[in-house]
Ligand binder design. Structure first.
Ligand code: UDP
Ligand code: MG
Length: 332
């Protein structure tokens, strides 16, 4: 079956695609004015027609005004105002939904993702990759603890999972139209985009890059923000925590059985009167701890199920500026 948007592979070598660049922005008023024209210039050198889709994720600074001015100055720029701060994952989703290009590039709005890499990405796309993701070579912009925990997170989330999430690959990536259409079919509310990209699959290649320092402003993802995202990632992509509970429960039950048998033997065979106070206290505390932990982990999953069944929209748009590209012509 050929998807309506799929180009036959050999055509890509000669073909200049229409390009969308999606940029979520939260308090990036100081950065958009410099980053957007740079990106626009880079895109225009690569695409037949281009658009930049800016998503203002409920910023508290002047991002909305700067965005509107950019839309008025450049007809290639589309500005989408979300009704409040929905978080980067939702903002990206809004951008992906609005993008119309045959090739879609996701990029941060803070200047940390080098625009020069986009040319390489498009080259890989021409060579047949449907997804080209950028892997950061270093984490010098984060603390050692943060970087270490991130490494552990990737090990944990990929443990025993069929779908492997490439470590240190962020949202900076290029996607073919059919990958975008696949992503748009995933309805979950608890969005962990890095997992969703991996889940949809398609021919993917990695290129590595050195993240630049933030042009201005500060990161929204400190240790706490990253931890919340990591938790969403693990809970949305793996039932390993639940399995760990089952196994722990099983092992403890067997241990208790063995110990029970030992105590009975002590009493009947050797006639030792069993002194048990300390064992009792320690045992009780240990087991109630395990039980509370288990309930907590279960509750995390149940809470997320609750959020899913409510079926609320992932984001709400309050305003939109600029027309952007029209949808790619359907190729026979
Ligand atoms: N961002 C967003 N909504 C948020 C937080 C961040 O759209 O609630 C955007 C932000 O403007 C930037 C990108 O997501 O373009 C990455 O955020 P940030 O630079 O804070 O994270 P870091 O680069 O430190 O991982
Ligand atoms: Mg950043």
């Amino acid at each position: 079956m050929r998807d309506a948007h799929t180009l036959p592979q050999p055509d890509r070598f000669q073909y200049t695609p229409t390009l969308s660049c999606v940029m979520p922005a939260y308090n990036e008023g100081q950065n958009l004015g410099t980053v957007v024209p740079q990106v626009l210039q880079a895109l225009q050198a690569l695409g037949s027609q281009v658009e930049i889709v800016l998503i203002n994720d409920g910023s508290r600074d002047d991002t909305a005004q700067v965005m509107q001015a950019l839309c008025e100055a450049h007809r290639e720029v589309v500005g989408i105002n979300l009704s409040r701060n929905f978080g980067k994952e939702a903002a990206l989703t809004a951008g992906i939904d609005a993008a119309r290009g045959e090739v879609v590039v996701l990029m941060d709005a803070d200047g940390q993702h080098p625009v020069s890499l986009v040319a390489d990405m498009v080259k890989r796309w021409r060579e047949g990759s449907d997804v080209v993701y950028a892997i950061r070579r270093t984490r010098d912009d984060q603390s050692a603890l943060h970087a270490g925990l991130t490494g552990m997170f990737y090990k944990l989330i990929n443990m025993g999972n069929r779908v492997k999430i490439p470590a240190h690959a962020g949202d900076f990536r290029l996607m073919d139209r059919r990958v975008v259409e696949a992503l748009k079919q995933l309805p979950e509310r608890n969005r962990f985009m890095k997992g969703l990209y991996a889940w949809v699959g398609f021919a993917s290649t990695a290129i590595d890059y050195e993240p630049l320092p933030r042009a201005a402003g500060e990161s929204s993802f400190g240790l706490r923000g990253s931890f919340a995202l990591a938790l969403t990632g693990v809970l949305a992509f793996s039932i390993a925590p639940l399995r760990a509970l089952t196994i722990t429960g099983l092992m403890l039950a067997m241990l208790a059985l063995g110990y029970g048998a030992w105590v009975v033997a002590e009493y009947f065979v050797w006639g030792i009167d069993v002194p048990g106070y300390a064992t009792l206290v320690v045992g009780m505390m240990f087991f109630s701890g395990i039980q509370l932990l288990s309930i907590g982990i279960l509750a995390e999953y149940v809470g997320r199920i609750y959020e899913e069944v409510k079926q609320r929209p992932m984001y709400l748009v309050s305003q939109r500026w600029g027309a952007g590209l029209s949808l790619a012509p359907v190729k026979a």
